[in-house]
Write a protein that binds this ligand. Structure first.
Ligand code: SAM
Length: 252
């Protein structure tokens, strides 16, 4: 049985699409996708030798070596053009994920790819920014909690004509409540997720309330240090807390 996190990713993959899972580790996701009949074939890409061996072993012991191709290499370099309809990347930082996507894009490795399912562990904003910048429409976002951690799963489809206005980031109804002229709101849409803010769940609120709690604890630890640097940091944290609260208060 897959973890809730991996199951959420699997459920976002369009049935029937040839899927490449990059940074696949034990190839849990591709094995599940093929075994369950959701996709006909998969590629498991891994940079590191240990996880690559583990992925080879998993595909072999599932009897799926004919339909799961396990490849060792950096990011999307393991793909040939038009080999995959969907790319999944999960369980790494958003900044690394955006670097992998960008290196792949520049090398033409995203040719033919129509769908991305991405689960950054942190730094989701780097992924959203990359998507919007490169003609991908963010179609759906989910936040889930598992074993005391929060995970966001982003789904995007290629829409060559997309620009910032129709890339799934802006929703007129939501934006009308915010000061849409302000760059600050755009930053928070990237950080917190436009779809998550549009349809907020208790988990989204919990995630950001815990974040506020973390910032407040840092502020409490800083109390008493009176250097200009500490004062500047304190002011920045207070603004951050106020902005998170303000954005959450605008949600439906
Ligand atoms: N995707 C799996 C999941 O979500 O459960 C495994 C996540 S694991 C924490 C991250 C994996 O990404 C590791 O196995 C690591 O070796 C691999 N990785 C890191 N950088 C990579 C890169 N540039 N290209 C391919 N794989 C990479």
């Amino acid at each position: 049985k897959l973890s809730k996190r991996l199951q959420t990713i699997a459920d976002r993959v369009t049935p029937g699409s040839r899927t490449a899972d990059i940074g696949s580790d034990h190839a849990l996701l591709p094995v599940y996708l093929v075994q369950s009949g959701r996709v006909p074939s998969a590629i498991a890409g891994e940079l590191n030798a240990g996880p690559y061996q583990a992925a080879c072993k998993a595909a072999a012991s599932a009897g799926l070596t004919a339909v799961i191709s396990v490849r060792q290499g950096d990011g999307l370099s393991v793909l040939q053009p038009c080999e995959a309809d969907t790319v999944t990347i999960a369980g790494m930082g958003g900044s690394l994920m955006a670097d992998i996507l960008e290196a792949g894009r520049v090398a033409g490795k995203l040719e033919g790819v129509r769908e991305l399912v991405l689960q950054p562990n942190v730094g989701e904003e780097f992924v959203r920014r990359w998507l919007v910048r490169h003609g991908w429409t963010l179609t759906d976002e989910t936040v889930l909690e598992e074993d005391g951690r929060f995970y966001e799963v982003l789904h995007a489809v290629l829409s060559p004509s997309a620009d910032v206005e129709n890339a799934g980031l802006y929703d007129p109804a939501f934006l009308s409540k915010l000061d849409s002229e302000s760059a600050m709101w755009t930053d928070w849409l990237y950080r917190m997720g436009p779809h998550l803010l549009r349809k907020p769940t208790g988990i989204l609120h919990k995630k950001w309330e815990l974040e506020i709690g973390k910032l407040e604890r840092i502020l409490a630890q800083m109390a008493g240090s009176d250097t200009p640097d500490a004062r500047a940091k304190e002011a920045a944290f207070r603004i951050e807390i106020a902005q998170i609260q303000e954005v959450l208060a605008c949600t439906p």
